[in-house]
Design a protein around this ligand. Structure first.
Ligand code: ZN
Length: 371
């Protein structure tokens, strides 16, 4: 089996991969969503990440790998909560996360961004394996040479596409600056851990109304790219199991993904990288999904993780690009039904443009996709 589940993570990402023997699957968790993904979901307590992981522990399953793609709150907060409230008995093999020591070649004494420091502090406290598959070094795609897969237990293979060392170096600057603004003292990881209790994470933003979608017109909007260093530092990879492939893009930059996919295609002598699913970057933001990127893959399913809050993801232009450039009959798979995404649940549009949609079946958010 090879199943990807987009957990209900609000405007963020939390993806649970199950693979291997269906009777005793192995698991990989990518991101923990914003803090409330982990617990305290008033109506959805049973579906909180904590409960899912407690269930896994009870079944004797283990997390082969926990990937924190980058330091943005909508990916990292749930992981900070997880490490601070670890489900009893849950074993973990490795944890991938690029923190301050991994951003620069020769780290100086400065600390990193607040959430990153909190997570670093917790990993240290708990003495977890940290980027063990990379020998403790940064999780990054090499600048030159082949993109080699990293093997996990039972045959799952992960090929890193993002970040490259350059994206990590770019985050280093922002990390220092953010630290200064946060008033954290250098050389004081304790202080970052203190902040855990009061972690303010509410970011401003307004809900965008849902414009009437016109894929052709939307497709004319250029993809201007993403200039956020945090997003650029996202760990993104291709996961392969028994011939099935899923691209997990974090919030990575489209040009970085495109360049890595170009390298892979060349390496494999294929015109496009064949995929079974693509968890699109940055919750379907128009800044992170270019036509050029879509033209590098041959993929029937696009996974979009967001409830639409704060940033109004997914962007109509990104959905239009998938519909027009995402293959013969692309399927848009949403882990919520939201004001932003339900405009695509439209028979006329589906007929005219030849695409399919998948939403959660009932009122409970979250979507599992069998590859
Ligand atoms: Zn995000």
């Amino acid at each position: 089996m090879f199943r990807v589940e987009m957990l209900p993570a609000g405007h963020g990402d939390s993806l649970l991969i199950a693979y291997g023997d269906p009777a005793a699957p192995r698991y990989v968790l990518i991101d923990g969503g914003p803090y409330y993904t982990y617990r305290n979901q008033r109506f959805l307590k049973r579906h909180a990440l904590s409960h899912r992981l407690e269930d896994l522990a009870r079944q004797g399953a283990r997390l082969e790998l926990l990937v924190t793609t980058h330091v943005d709150a909508d990916h990292i907060e749930g992981v900070v909560k997880l490490l601070g409230n670890w489900p009893p008995g849950l074993e973990i093999g490795d944890l991938w996360f690029n923190a301050w020591p991994h951003l620069v070649e020769a780290p100086d004494e400065l600390l990193g961004a607040e959430h990153g420091e909190m997570l670093s502090g917790l990993i240290g406290l708990k003495r977890l394996n940290w980027n063990a598959a990379l020998g403790g070094q940064r999780v990054a795609a090499p600048e030159v040479g082949d993109l080699a897969p990293i093997p996990l237990a039972d045959g799952l293979q992960l090929t890193l596409l993002s970040p490259r060392p350059a994206e990590l170096a770019a985050l280093a600057e922002a990390w220092e600056e953010e630290l200064r603004l946060a008033g954290l003292d250098p050389n004081s990881p304790e202080k970052a851990l203190e902040r855990l209790k009061e972690s303010a994470r509410l970011r401003p933003g307004d809900l965008l109304g849902a414009p009437a979608p016109d894929p052709q017109a939307l497709d004319e909007e250029p993809c201007e790219g993403d200039d956020s260093p945090a997003n650029g530092s996202s760990i993104a990879f291709l996961a392969e199991f028994e011939g099935k492939r899923c691209l997990f893009a974090g919030d990575a930059h489209p040009d970085v993904l495109e360049a890595s996919l170009r390298r892979l295609a060349r390496q494999w002598g294929e015109p496009r990288v064949r995929l079974d699913a693509f968890k699109v970057a940055h919750h379907g933001s128009g800044h992170n999904l270019s036509r050029e990127l879509l033209e590098r893959v041959d993929c029937p399913r696009y996974l979009i993780s967001s409830n639409g809050s704060y940033f109004g993801h997914p962007d109509p232009a990104a959905m239009a690009r998938i519909i027009l450039h995402g293959g013969a009959e692309p399927q848009l798979c949403f882990n919520y039904r939201s004001e932003e995404n339900e405009v695509w649940d439209n028979d006329r549009l589906r007929r005219d443009y030849g695409y399919r949609t998948q939403y959660p079946a009932g009122i409970i958010p979250g979507l599992a996709v069998e590859l």
